[in-house]
Ligand binder design. Structure first.
Ligand SMILES: CC(C)(COP(=O)(O)OP(=O)(O)OC[C@H]1O[C@@H](n2cnc3c(N)ncnc32)[C@H](O)[C@@H]1OP(=O)(O)O)[C@@H](O)C(=O)NCCC(=O)NCCS
Length: 186
């Protein structure tokens, strides 16, 4: 297996269409709270609008030959994007805006490795590249990750990488993880 890491431009995001749909199905399969909220979530309703609405995007893909086997999608957005809607659901703000200096925040928004490729360090390398990109914005102090309920493996992965649990939203549907500039993130 010879894995290559490739940064994919916006016009080629369809390269991860199947992986994105697999991620949504995986999260739904793990969820104990409102799994039905994932029903409408797929590439066209999650990745495409995120990319269009963000101020900057970074999609890094792990390729095995010509096949995309994993990806990490990160973005920089105004914190106000996280006001009060999740998909079509109304909710409180995702985090306390006053606790964020400046206007913009970073987010590791989607992260998925095909099952046969997990536990070989590919996720760690994608994560490292994503965080490096997110931390290259001097004006961005806070990076968030939103983990859906039941995905305890992912939660542990992020905690090992230096993120900390901030709080839960949507009655526990999502756990908000946060990392501030200066915190360790490896
Ligand atoms: C979370 C996820 C992206 C991690 O990707 P991964 O490729 O399995 O991650 P890694 O292989 O880098 O690390 C996982 C573990 O594998 C082991 N590992 C890492 N490199 C290894 C190697 N070269 N050889 C053997 N094992 C290795 C380590 O135990 C590591 O744990 P650590 O963090 O304590 O070091 C992946 O499990 C996944 O896609 N999960 C399903 C989707 C998901 O939950 N996404 C997150 C949504 S919020």
């Amino acid at each position: 297996m010879d894995i290559q890491f490739e940064v994919i431009p916006q016009e080629r995001i369809h390269v991860v269409k199947n992986l994105c749909n697999e991620l949504m199905a995986y999260q739904q399969s793990k969820a104990r709270i409102h799994p039905e909220w994932f029903d409408g979530m797929r590439f066209e309703t999650r990745l495409v609008p995120s990319v269009e609405n963000a101020k900057a995007n970074h999609l890094v893909v792990a390729m095995d030959g010509g096949e995309a086997v994993g990806y990490a999608y990160s973005n920089i957005s105004s914190k106000y994007v996280y006001s009060n809607s999740f998909a079509t659901l109304d909710c409180d703000a995702f985090f306390d805006f006053d606790s964020v200096k400046g206007e913009d925040v970073g987010c590791l928004s989607q992260f998925f490795i095909k099952e046969a490729y997990r536990n070989r360090g590919i996720g760690s390398e994608l994560f490292r590249r994503a965080v490096e990109w997110l931390r290259s914005f001097d004006s961005v102090e806070d990076v968030f990750i939103f983990v859906s309920n039941g995905n305890d493996d992912a939660l542990r992965f992020y905690l090992r990488k230096g993120f900390r649990i901030s709080h839960e939203i949507l009655d526990g549907f999502i756990t908000v993880l946060r990392n501030r500039a200066g915190d360790a993130a490896s």
